[in-house]
Design a binder for this molecule. Structure first.
Ligand SMILES: [Mg+2]
Length: 142
């Protein structure tokens, strides 16, 4: 459950006195509703994606990473679209801030504390609202 991952990340941040946590976001069928159109990049969000991403974008202690199979030209479209809506993206498909250490090799797998990914159980129809309510409960600024 995504709420468990978020609470764990924030708890560990506090315990270990980390400066930030790293949150990954798949795009298709997680943030954005697919349109199956080869020539038109889909940009329509599921409900509550915008509010959640805008809330997270206000936080200096959260690094936002897109984790996507989009082509480079599509990534350009998404970054522009997200920026215009106040969604800040720090990296795409990489986390250059966390390097390999003794207990983990991050040469090929980017380091995340939280991952929003429909193929790993995130339900875009229900879970964005659950996340939004959790963040509001935790005192995140709207
Ligand atoms: Mg997906």
């Amino acid at each position: 459950m995504i709420t468990k991952a978020i609470l764990n990340a924030l708890e560990r941040k506090k315990l270990k006195d980390w400066d930030k946590t790293y949150w990954g976001f798949d795009i298709h069928e997680t943030m954005v509703i697919p349109n199956w159109d080869e020539f038109d990049v889909p940009t329509e969000f599921y409900p509550h994606v915008l509010e959640v991403m805008q809330m997270l974008s206000k936080r200096e202690d959260i690094v936002r990473i897109l984790f996507t199979c989009s082509h480079p030209d599509e990534i350009v479209v998404y970054k522009k679209h997200f920026k215009a809506l106040g969604i800040k993206i720090d990296y795409v498909n990489e986390n250059p801030e966390v390097h390999s250490v003794k207990y983990g090799n991050y040469d090929k797998k980017p380091y995340f504390n939280v991952l929003f990914e429909d193929k790993a159980g995130f339900d875009p129809h229900t879970d964005w609202l659950i996340v939004k309510n959790l963040l509001l409960e935790l005192g995140f600024e709207e």
